[in-house]
Design a protein around this ligand. Sequence first.
Ligand code: FAD
Length: 516
Amino acid sequence: KTYFITFIIITRLISIIGEPRPWTNTLPSEILSLDLSTRLRVDPDAIRTASKDFGNLVHIIPSAVLYPSSITDIVDLVKFSFNSTVPFSIAARGHGHSARGQAMADRGVVVDMAALKNHGDGGGIRVSWSRALGFYADVGGEQLWIDVLGSTLEHGLAPVSWTDYLYLTVGGTLSNGGISGQTFRYGPQIRNVFEMDVITGTGEFVTCSKHLNSELFFAVLGGLGQFGIITRARIVLDKAPNKVKWVRMLYSGFSVFTRDQEKLISTTGLDYVEGSLIVHQSSLNNWRSSFFSVSDHSRIVSLLSKHGIIYCLEVVKYYDHPNKDTVDEELELLLKGLRFLPGFMFKKEASFVDFLNRVRSGELKLQSKGLWDVPHPWLNLFVPKSGIQYFNKAVFVDIIQRQNRTSGPMLVYPTNRKEWDDRMSAVIPDEDTFYCVGFLHSGGFNNWEVLEDQNNEILQVCDKAGIKAKQYLPHYRTKEDWVNHFGPKWTTFEERKAKFDPKMILSPGQDIFSSV
Ligand code: FAD
């Protein structure tokens, strides 16, 4: 019995202390003298979680994972690395929904931002009003957009710019852009931020805005986590509607489809404009949203057999009780003259929340079947308007439709450059209108490379045709590719890195700079 009790005590002690202590090999041992060291974990569960992401394509092992109990913990960690003779890398991990290890840190420390939420010392979500700004929410970088929605709705308010999926963190999407069907009208999420608190790569805690420390502000927005860790963002809010009218229209011709999309984004009547490809039956309803009723299926399937590829234009108009009687008329006016296939307009009503959170039910279904954690070799591109017709022929028709390898939603919708701010780090094509194109593939564990080959083929098609497409959520392996991606913004990007993260500590998983 004594032997058994001793065994239990030793195993418990090992699990508390953490069996191997890899940091002693790869991190400076003085880290153990920091107050935060009790919040560093090296146990298999923590390491496993921090070394995988939604993409499930790469697995990079950190030395330890910090579960911060306060913003000071993160400041101390970054300062400690910065002041070490051999600095180590640090990656903020939002919700780990990157596809290619962007939130991982090889032999460094991953900061699990969600821990701030549990300790209540994150930014939380606080709604306020000022004469200068109107309504806004101060939101912790670790917060999920679904929670931002819930909290702001309690005040009858909501952010104006969204992503299609809400289980992403504020820090994660602001590091990229944050785009969806609302972007044409309200700009990306990075355009709807008044102010941020950021911990730079030197461990300095800085409040920044367009007017205060503006260089850091613009660097961080779309900055791929390279300049600082966002701990608070002040987000633009507007009055939230109750309901939405949601319409899908089907097209067999791409040029008519895009002409109608472009017409719709040139006015502000609608609140959301997107589009997608239907190339096989499974793309009718998928995890991104199930819309068509079973009775519509057979009609659409015969259309698909006839044309081989169908384009689906999707729009939404928000409304409230006071304008519920006029919204149908308004919508009719907005959609008047569109040249979709007669008889192929489908309408739906939904609550504002159900519309915004439309991806969740598909996710839960896939999760219950174990199909959410499969490899996701996604490719997202911004394609300039001048190249989109050729892109349709060479990519959607010649590669996607003919090769028939793709599984997963494929998105194509235009947006307006004027709603973006060129001072930010985000990179977009140099044309007034460009298309957001997403190949949201799900692959098998043994065959996802086939989809990756297809992605490369698509990129080569653009290169050969001289289409100056830009990757969104970019991923490159060589410095030359990064320089090419940033184009004229590269020099500024590099200078800002030297200023705000001179030892190149932050977000190493983006693979842009490497020093530590
Ligand atoms: P993570 O993957 O955890 O981190 C992403 C990067 O940001 C990493 O480099 C990380 O180090 C850095 N980072 C994280 N937190 C911070 C912080 N607080 N401060 C500074 N840097 C930080 N994107 C869209 O724009 N529109 C969409 O509609 C959309 N839909 C998606 C749907 C799904 C199902 C998935 C998986 C992704 C989707 N995305 C979409 C992409 C998504 O916006 C990005 O992958 C985003 O980075 C994920 O957020 P995250 O919180 O999981 O970030």
